[in-house]
Every structure is written in C-alpha cells, then in structure tokens.
Design a protein around this ligand. Sequence first.
Ligand SMILES: Nc1ncnc2c1ncn2[C@@H]1O[C@H](COP(=O)(O)OP(=O)(O)O)[C@@H](O)[C@H]1O
Ligand code: SF4
Ligand SMILES: [Mg+2]
Length: 339
Amino acid sequence: MAGAPPLLSVRDLCIRFPLADRGETVRAVDGVSFDVVAGETFGIIGESGSGKTTLGRALVSLLRPTAGQVLHDGVDPQTLSARALRQHRRDYQVIFQDPHAALNPRQRVLDSVCEPLEIAGGFSAAERERRALQALDRVGIAAEYAQRYPHMLSGGQKQRINIARALTLRPKLIVCDEVVAALDVSIRGDVLNLFADLQREMGLTYVFITHDLSVVSHVSDRIAVTYLGRLMEVGPTEAVSERPLHPYTEALMSADPLPLPSHLRSRRRIVLQGEIPSPIDPPSGCRFRTRCPSAQPRCAAEVPAWRELRPAHWAACHYASADGPPARPPDAAPARHGP
Ligand SMILES: Nc1ncnc2c1ncn2[C@@H]1O[C@H](COP(=O)(O)OP(=O)(O)O)[C@@H](O)[C@H]1O
Ligand code: SF4
Ligand SMILES: [Mg+2]
C-alpha cells in the first residue's frame, strides 16, 4: 500500500546499561537506524558482543530504548497502555538461540505451545489446543509428541516447538536470534528451510540475527553489518557478500568465505588484529578504526557519515566509494591513531 509505514522502523536507537557499582555505562546499541518492510528477511550479522541480541530484544519491546525509537507499523509500542501492548506484542515475536532454555522442562509440549495464547488471553481452551496442534503439525512435529516432555526430544525438535510457540499467535514479524547456532550442523539446513517455507505460506517478515555468515546469506534479502553497537553497512545480500563497501565487512567476508563460490572469494584473507574493543569506552570517530587496515587520522576525529554509495547500499566509512572499501596499504597492520 502506497505511503504505508514500514512494518518495523528503527530510529537512532540507543540501548545503554548502567553498571551502578562501577559508575560506567555499556553502550550496547549506539545510534542504529533501519527499516524492515513486510515480507522481507533482514539479516543482522556481527561478532559476538556487537549488540545484536540487545538490538533484537529492543525490536520486540523486551527492552526499552534509552534514546531513539522502535516503531511497529508506525506506532511506538512504548506509548501504549499495558493492555494494548499485550495485544500488540502478538504481532512481533522472538525466538532465541537456546532451544533447551526456552522450554520449561516440567511442561508437556502441548502446554508449552498453548502458553503464549494463554498469556495473550481471549482464547478458549479448545481454541488454544486447536491452534497449538495446528502449529505443531506445521513445523513437522507429530501429534504423538504433544504429550511428551522436552527431555524426550532432540535439539532440532525443541527448536521446532519454539517456532510453533511463536506461530500460534500468527505474528507479522519474528526476530530470530541465532536460532540454528545451538543445533547440529546436519539439521541446520532443514530448520532454515522450515523458516523459508513458513515465510512463503504465512507472509512472515523476519529479522535474522547471527554471527554465522553462511546462515545469513542463506536466508536474507538484505544484510546489516554491526560493529560495537553501530551499523557499518546495509545492502542487498548479494552485494554485501560479493562486493562489500566497508573494510569491516570485507574482513568478515574474507574470513568466512564459505557461502561464496570460489571465483568470488577475496584473493587475500584479511585477518582482523585484536579483539573487539569494550562498549564501555568505544573508540572515538569510527568505531572500527583500532582494527582497520585503512585507518587515517581523520577516522579518530570524525564519526563517518552514513552514505548511500550504491543504490540501496549504505556504509559508514570516510574513504569507501562505489568501487568498494578504501585501498589497503600492502601488509598493513591496523593503524592506531589516538587513544
Ligand atoms: N543486561 C546487561 N547489562 C550489562 N551489559 C550488557 C547487558 N546485556 C548485554 N550487555 C553487554 O552489551 C554488549 C552487547 O551484548 P549483546 O547484545 O549480547 O551482543 P551480541 O548478541 O552481538 O553478542 C556486550 O558487551 C554485553 O556484555
Ligand atoms: S577507513 Fe577510517 S572510516 Fe573507514 S572503516 Fe577504516 S577507520 Fe573507519
Ligand atoms: Mg547474541
């Protein structure tokens, strides 16, 4: 519909955690903006500690923004009454990494899948059971498993049950946070295919969060690359994987080239030096500068602008151009300008 707001709109979002005992603040998410439109899969990739889970929780109103906004269909859920928020939450669901932790060990499968409907309210017991059995059937869990307990199931079956739990409320959007990371490699493909089938059938929209490049490139229409609580690059999956604009994305892609055909893989593997810095005291200017092989003095002084360097392909780097990331000096170690 022309002029309709995006299903999800994130505006200058900041999530900070004060560490009262130390008088310090963790800047887990620090000025992030993007839109997700209905029917797409928006992948978010980044190293551990870059703020992905914090961002994912804020997207479904499990965390309140310190600053900025998350809009659902143009509405800020933080402005709703508790009752309206409960209704609203049905449309925006989340599935976490650990399928074991998400299920109550003392609850039978059927009761687990009925639970979100019970919390949401407004469904008779018969309707809850009907919807739960339908959702279990849809994720490939046979009815005989409905009376079993989680310890009698495999990791893959448990994650399917978590998917069924999210589906019972017939959401518009599901945030999937590392949903196949805890699963055996041999069944990851099946679970990812299930997500794709459900999307086609139900018109679902996904935000797919992962540190695994092969997962994100398998499922996403667009990819956002995060680093230390900020976005470094956003663009169509193929463009970001095959012709990245940002030096950080380039390094990620060269370190994990599995999803790309060999002729597209970077000729030189770029090994990132050092650890991701602390989000308590992130580097000034460009967050990536302490590990960037192309860093210049300007990178410590100025935060790079968010620029659309190719159509629908954005990056935050002073020296990136439509041709790609800035040239790396031969055998460069990361420059360290300033503290
Ligand atoms: N409740 C919290 N209190 C303090 N720090 C937190 C909290 N949750 C996350 N963090 C910190 O925020 C940063 C980002 O964490 P997280 O969102 O889990 O990143 P990711 O999912 O990308 O690994 C990390 O440094 C983490 O330690
Ligand atoms: S060249 Fe500068 S702005 Fe670009 S990524 Fe490297 S440090 Fe950041
Ligand atoms: Mg995480």
